[in-house]
Design a protein around this ligand. Sequence first.
Ligand SMILES: Nc1ncnc2c1ncn2[C@@H]1O[C@H](COP(=O)(O)OP(=O)(O)OP(=O)(O)O)[C@@H](O)[C@H]1O
Ligand SMILES: [Mg+2]
Length: 321
Amino acid sequence: MGDLTEYPGALKAYVEKERVRSAASVPLVGRTGVIGVMNLGAASSHYFDAAGLELLMALGQQIATGVDKARLYAETRARATELEAAYRELQEAQERLVRQEKLAVLGQLAGGVGHELRNPLGAIKNAAYFLNMVLEKPEPEVKETLEILEKEVATSERIISSLLGFARPKPPIRRKVDINEVVQEALSRTTVPEKVEVVRQLDATLPAVLADPDQLAQVFGNVILNGIQAMPQGGRLIVQSEVLNPEWVAVSIVDTGVGIPEENLGKIFEPLFTTKSRGIGLGLAVTRTLVEGHGGVIEVESKAAKGSTFVVKLPVGGKAE
Ligand SMILES: Nc1ncnc2c1ncn2[C@@H]1O[C@H](COP(=O)(O)OP(=O)(O)OP(=O)(O)O)[C@@H](O)[C@H]1O
Ligand SMILES: [Mg+2]
């Protein structure tokens, strides 16, 4: 429009307020059609001549192309993020499946073997007991051998029960439980070497938690034992309980041991993963199953040569699976 003062109506107010005398509107045409309009004003009349308009049209074209590109980029980005998320989900689902498959196979195998081994082990145990009874004054060597026999039988029994416990986990039998008491119980059941200092930081204001005390004692016992085993040269084991919020409590078990290399962090909860010559690699797998059976979570943080922290978080209400 060459001279806006020639146009009546609403434009008049605009012209007076903004002191605009001439105006040009350039459509911004993108790949999907008109995506906007660029309005320009000038203080003098007949400001936009043919050459100026052509220039503006070219400019409009450039802007539209720019906007198009930016939109396309944003769309591609969003789609890439979506794809990434879908891929991650798929990967997690696959890992879960593999884990479940592994667990099922292991469960069947362990259940069968464990069961079959119970009887012969029981017989060995009875035989050792019998020998102990009938030998009135056994030679020290014989006595020692019998002791080894009994100790190893006890170890085998422990392995079998953990295999069976893992293969056929029992649902938790819940009641109101003082978590601090369970922690103390787990500690008292564990043999702590002299070189390991145990520090208890138990929060006395902890609310009672609806949980299975035997299963939780096993949970804390497994993690405490791992902590101790990680400190063959000795160190400090901190066992801490705390209230996270009105619905959740946490028990942290911190050691100053060998730590877990980053590449192993993702594997330590897998059944049969172990780095110990005499380990079976079931401790943490059982632990996680039990914690999850309580609706809780177990988290780990670790630095090689510094130590590890395991945190067991439990819902106070003992939420069902
Ligand atoms: N506190 C810890 N410090 C360092 N490494 C640890 C710790 N806890 C667990 N790990 C690593 O995780 C692995 C798996 O632990 P898990 O308790 O499942 O099995 P394990 O202790 O090897 O055998 P077991 O079946 O007797 O418990 C261990 O072998 C060890 O490498
Ligand atoms: Mg263990």
